[in-house]
Design a protein around this ligand. Sequence first.
Ligand code: C5P
Ligand code: C5P
Ligand code: ZN
Length: 472
Amino acid sequence: MENLEADFKNLTKKAIQLASLIKKQDEILVVTHIDADGITSGCIALESLKRCNIDADIIFLKQIDDGALQQISDKFVWFTDLGSGYVDLIEKYKIECVITDHHVPQKPFENQLNPHDFGYDGSINLSGSTTTYLVARNLGLVDGNLGLNYDLSAISIVGAVGDLQDSKHGRLMGLNRFVLNEAVKNGFIKVIKDLRFFGKQTRPVYKMLEYTFNPYLPGISGNEKGAMEFLESLGISLKNGEWRRWIDLSDGERRMVISEIVKVCIEARMPVSLIKKLVGESYIISYEEEGTELRDAMEYSTLLNATARYAKKYGEESCYIGLRVCQGDRDAYKKARSLLQNHRRNLSDGIRYVDEIGIVELRNIQYFHARDEIMDTIVGIVAGMCFYKANLKKPIIAFANNEDGIKVSARATQWLVEKGVHLAKALTIAAEKVGGKGGGHSIAAGATIPEGSEEKFLKYLDELIGKQLKRF
Ligand code: C5P
Ligand code: C5P
Ligand code: ZN
């Protein structure tokens, strides 16, 4: 039985231990992951180091491998949002380091803070960013009291939302709530109960509805005219000079839309569990301007994904754009917004491409191969988005070409995880069998495998997932 209070105390003890090791260093390199959780984790580490006068620099990695580690083997490294799954390699290069991560650990490691080591699933309980925050808050002592780094709790919540840690229950859960409470208590985050759709701050309401595919709203999702007519039928004016956004609607209008959407979902025979999740918590960043992406953790994290996941295409600079957004740089915010347009286009092109080639079903899994048509760094996001039109009872496996061979991204549903599916475990084994390497979480995982090994990999994976589901 979980005892959150006691376990949080134990995590804090470990965090204090790591903070004191960090404080002994003069110079630290922060090495982080190229997604929203990674950028926010990196930013939290970097800021907290600078605030205690430690020379700090940061680099972004798509994944840990020999090449990357060789180049940093002479540094003291703070790995954030990556590392736990690759401890053997870190040890091979004898890298002095601390790790704050939430991926499934490969094996025990002394200088590591990871929720799994305390019996908690890192895809729900703590993200890379909230794990990193737990160490950062202990670097922020003033006269022996915590407080200097409380502000960093807000972007740690953005990272947790970026990793969809609130998707299972429509709210952040477990250990994340200690961080959330700290952010709320100190005035950095406001929690509101609201529709859990994307784009409430920035999109015209009809666009917000048209672009909602999770859940799929018949007659509205992907249907501009349908979305407009739905709102007009409720007597809601679409424009008031400008297109009206969700935040521009009155409380009464919002309630009316929500209850009509619930009716649409009931008519579509959607499971009650999904309907219940239409409304949940939204995390508002109090100090950011209303009507911008930065105001809402869900939109903020997508903005960050639009920067970091394009490092290969636009150079490492795109990661720094996301980082500078978190540091409050408004010029970087403008650049990030233009990258966001591009990200949205790539996602919808990706989904269209999957429509064209189709998803192939095997006994226990389903897959598509995007080759060079979808970037390896976003193919996982596309795979997750494809669930609305795929079989919800089989994990989706996506392949894309990359410079190291074939990138694999896998996504499951909560239902599958409850039935026993653990993608990280299955991908790690199947990848190793074909000479690759993988890891991640139970619900979302990834791997890199040699070109040409896809068929063999699929065969192993299909069997492993079958065993997890006890279908064989
Ligand atoms: O590497 P990292 O842990 O940051 O990535 C987690 C990935 O898992 C994200 O891409 C996130 O979107 C995905 N995820 C998911 N469904 C969940 C939880 C996480 O697709 N319920
Ligand atoms: O890249 P993608 O979003 O599909 O990654 C899903 C999850 O799998 C992330 O948590 C990522 O860190 C992990 N992953 C991994 N090893 C890889 C690729 C992805 O642990 N080679
Ligand atoms: Zn993460």
